[in-house]
Each structure stands twice: as C-alpha cells, then as structure tokens.
Design a protein around this ligand. Structure first.
Ligand code: ATP
Ligand code: MG
Length: 451
C-alpha cells in the first residue's frame, strides 16, 4: 500500500477522552472511530489488525479440529426463555421488538442458539464429539463501557461450543481448548496466563480465564511468578491425545494463579514469599465446562449405543478478539507509539523515502516495494512529500515492526537502512539483503492473509 493512497487519519494531539494508552494510541493511529459509547467503526488500519487476530484464532481453532460456522447476531427471545436466562441476564442484554412485536435480542453469547442448532440435527452418539465455533459480533449493554475496544458494548468475540457424550470426553474438549488458546495468544506475541476463575452467569465448576498482565487491567490477579516462565513454544501436539492435552493443562495450571474471585489467601501464602505476585490483568479469554446445564433444559439429547437417550455434556469457550487489540498494545508500546508483534502487524514493514521526487530514491523504493510484494508480504510505502521527521513519527506511531529507510546518500553507497521498531537498532545493507532479511523474519511468523 502507498500511504499517499491510503486512509490513515492519524491524530497529532492526544485525544482527551482516552484514559489508557491503548485507547489513546488506537485513536491517534487512526484505527478506530467511536460511533457511540462503547461502539466503534474499524478504520482501515484497525480493521487490518482485527482481521489478523481473527485469522490466527481461526487457524488455531481449525488446527484443534474445531469447526467454524456463523450464527445470526439477532436471536429470538424464546430460546432464552427455554434456558431460563432471558430474565436472569438483566440489563446487559439489548432487547429489541420487531415490527410484529416479537421479542428479539442482539446476542451477548450463543449457548442457546448453538444448542438449538445441535438438537435440530444431531440425535446419535455416533455424531459426537463435536465442537463448533464462530467469530461474530456480540452486544452487551455494559453499564460502563470504557477503555476503547477493551470494554465495548459491541465487540468481536470467538465463541466455541463442544458437545460430548460423557463428562470425561467434555473435559478432554476443555483441555484441548486450553492448549489451543495458549498457542493462539503466543502467536500474537502475548503471554496469557490461565487462571482459576469463577463460573459467573454461564455457570459451571471448571473454568479458567486467560489473563494478560498489564497495569491497566481490570482484574486483580494473584500468582506464583513461576507461571510467567512457562511458554508453549513451537512444540507439536496431537489434539486427539487425551494424555498430551491433559499434560499441558497440568503444566500450565498447577502453579497458583487466580483472579480475585477465586483467590485463596492461605494457599497463596504457601508460595515462597519471593515468588508471590499481586498484579493486574486483562481477561482475553475464558473456557468453561458446564455439563448438561443447557442440554437438559433445552432437550439436547442423543441416543447412546444401548439405545438410551442422554443429555450431552457441553462447554463454551470465548476469546475477546476485539479486546485483544487493546491488550496487545498495552503490552507492546513505548512513548512514540505502538510496537506490533510480527504475528499481528497490519503491514509487515514500512518503507520511508527520505527524498520523494529524487529519481534514485523513488526507483529504489519502488523496487523494494515490488520485491516485498512479490515475496507475499504487505509493505506500507510512505511516498508522501513530507519531512523525514514526520514520516518517522507516523511509522513509530502505527508501530510496524520493521522499517526500511531509503535516501540518496545511502544509495550512493548501495545501501538502505533497516530498523527494528522494538530495539530501535538500525543496520545498513544492500536493498536485496534487507528484503531477504524481512522475508526470513516473517517465515517464522506465519500470519493469515491480510486485508
Ligand atoms: P468481563 O468479565 O471482562 O466482563 P466476561 O467474563 O463477561 O468478561 P466472557 O463471557 O467470558 O466475558 O466472554 C469471552 C471474552 O470476551 C472475554 O474473555 C473477553 O476477552 C471478551 N469480552 C467480554 N466482554 C467484553 C466487552 N464488553 N468488550 C470487549 N470484549 C469483551
Ligand atoms: Mg469471562
């Protein structure tokens, strides 16, 4: 993309309505525009990152064997009356009457709807296990929408649902989700720690929340610092293997890590004092096993091998896709702006032309642009007739991890400059070598096709 043809409405001033750094930077980098409290339009740069994150979520869900589908955002109230949650959910549910005065709602989550789909089409144990998921807009009429996309009213969420014949099978699905979530967040450059949580309105005994440590997080968390040494890395895992998934769960959940809802002071005090941590975190996901809660009330049953009818065991699993943008920025920024991890960056690298209109500089930039594009990468070429300082400030603000700077002086010596946004370090090298280096970097960070 050439910046002169793109839509990137960056702000010079700090917007006064933003209380936390991620919100401020998303507004300043021209990623989002509020349309009303807690509701945002996603401008091109924000949309690109949102889709990258969504793409990683899809890839990791499908890798775990989960099947994508898309349910409607609008739901009929009847389904929620069947489960008993229509009254329980309270004012967070946006209730709407259609022209025939039928009670509808904008889905805040989809347990009822997926259970209805399941019971309409699945009757036999032979069709189990089954896990389906979607990435879809949700609406919760939060009492205090704030912090930009972190606590929106309209937000983008991955929600998945498993259907299993037995509790044992459903717990395998639970463990499989935990593993796939660890992989998902790591690909986004985040450490998200699974913490023992509270069932809340969805209910259930087994639940973990995934928290990214950040001072601006809304949750208070208590953990053994040893959990921050754990990393999933690039290990191979067989998602069908009960032992392997169980092993990962144990590795990542045995050490103490809890939110304030489940915190136990006595257990916490058993941790050696120098490893006890009290901090704040951002919830970026949650997994639940809730047994037959919905399948019993809504009649989602299957025939077993011996011909009996039994309610299926279920769980649900969410990832806050739009909230993740805020969480990633909270964890990756400096005074000059965002620092995108390679896995989610909107453009793979920036090209800054120090002297637009100089024949040699223009030609070198065009060649770099072509070479990067031909290698399957998505560069952003700042081809505006602007001062170098302004171009650098924009690149730093929008946070592309790599920048190639091209100017007539370097070109006389056959070199361009390659700069890492994170370390600030630069090296001079031939244009072809800069391209080769960027291509190599992204081979280790496969990212989904961009928009
Ligand atoms: P919270 O406790 O933050 O209100 P929750 O526990 O009610 O969230 P879940 O039902 O677990 O949310 O939803 C799954 C994920 O969706 C959460 O882990 C979070 O990342 C994200 N999410 C929930 N509410 C919002 C919101 N209002 N804005 C943005 N993302 C949200
Ligand atoms: Mg939650």
């Amino acid at each position: 993309m050439r910046l002169s043809r793109y839509f990137l409405p960056v702000l010079k001033e700090n917007p006064s309505e933003a209380q936390i750094v991620s919100h401020r930077l998303m507004l300043r980098a021209g990623m989002i525009k509020q349309s009303s409290a807690g509701i945002y339009s996603w401008l091109p740069l924000g949309f690109k990152v949102l889709k990258k994150i969504e793409g990683i979520v899809h890839e990791e869900q499908m890798r775990a064997g989960h099947i994508p589908l898309l349910m409607s955002t609008m739901q009929p109230a009847e389904l929620w009356k069947e489960s008993g949650r229509y009254d329980d959910y309270g004012q967070e549910m946006l209730r709407i009457n259609d022209r025939h005065d039928r009670d509808m709602l904008f889905g805040p989550t989809n347990e009822e709807m997926i259970t209805d789909i399941f019971r309409s089409h699945v009757n036999s144990y032979k069709d189990l296990p089954l896990t389906m998921y979607q990435v879809q807009w949700k609406f919760r009429d939060e009492i205090r929408p704030r912090f930009g996309v972190m606590r929106g009213r309209e937000f983008y969420m991955k929600d998945g649902y498993n259907f299993d014949l037995s509790k044992e099978d459903a717990l395998h699905a639970y463990n499989r989700h935990l593993v796939s979530y660890l992989r998902t967040y790591e690909r986004m450059g985040l450490q998200a720690i699974p913490m023992r949580a509270d069932g809340g309105p969805i209910g259930g005994d087994y639940t973990h929340e995934f928290l990214v440590l950040a001072e601006t997080g809304e949750s208070e968390v208590f953990y053994d610092s040893a959990v921050t040494d754990l990393s999933f890395g690039d290990r191979e895992i067989d998602y069908d293997s009960v032992e392997q998934c169980q092993g990962v769960l144990e590795e990542f959940t045995t050490k103490y890590a809890r939110t304030d809802e489940t915190h136990d002071e006595a257990l916490f005090n058993d941790i050696p004092e120098d490893r006890r941590r009290v901090a704040r975190g951002i919830e970026v996901g949650q997994i639940f096993y809730f047994g037959t809660k919905y399948s019993e009330s809504m009649g989602a049953t299957v025939q077993t091998a011996d011909g009996k009818s039994t309610p299926v065991h279920m769980g649900s699993h969410g990832i806050g896709v739009s909230r993740l943008l805020g969480a990633i920025i909270e964890a990756n920024h400096d005074d000059n702006g965002i620092i995108w991890p390679e896995g989610v960056t909107p453009f793979h690298c920036g090209i800054v032309n120090l002297k637009q209109g100089d024949e040699a500089a223009d030609a070198a930039c065009n060649d770099l642009y072509k070479a990067l594009t031909a290698a399957g990468l998505d560069p952003l070429y700042d081809d505006r007739k602007e001062r170098a300082g302004g171009k650098f400030a924009t690149m730093d603000l929008i946070g592309l991890p790599w920048r190639i700077t091209v100017g007539p002086r370097g070109l006389k010596n056959g070199v361009v400059e390659l700069t890492s946004r994170r370390s600030g370090e630069s090296e001079e090298l031939a244009p072809e070598a800069a391209v080769a280096k960027i291509v190599e970097i992204y081979q280790n960070h496969p990212s989904p096709q961009g928009f």
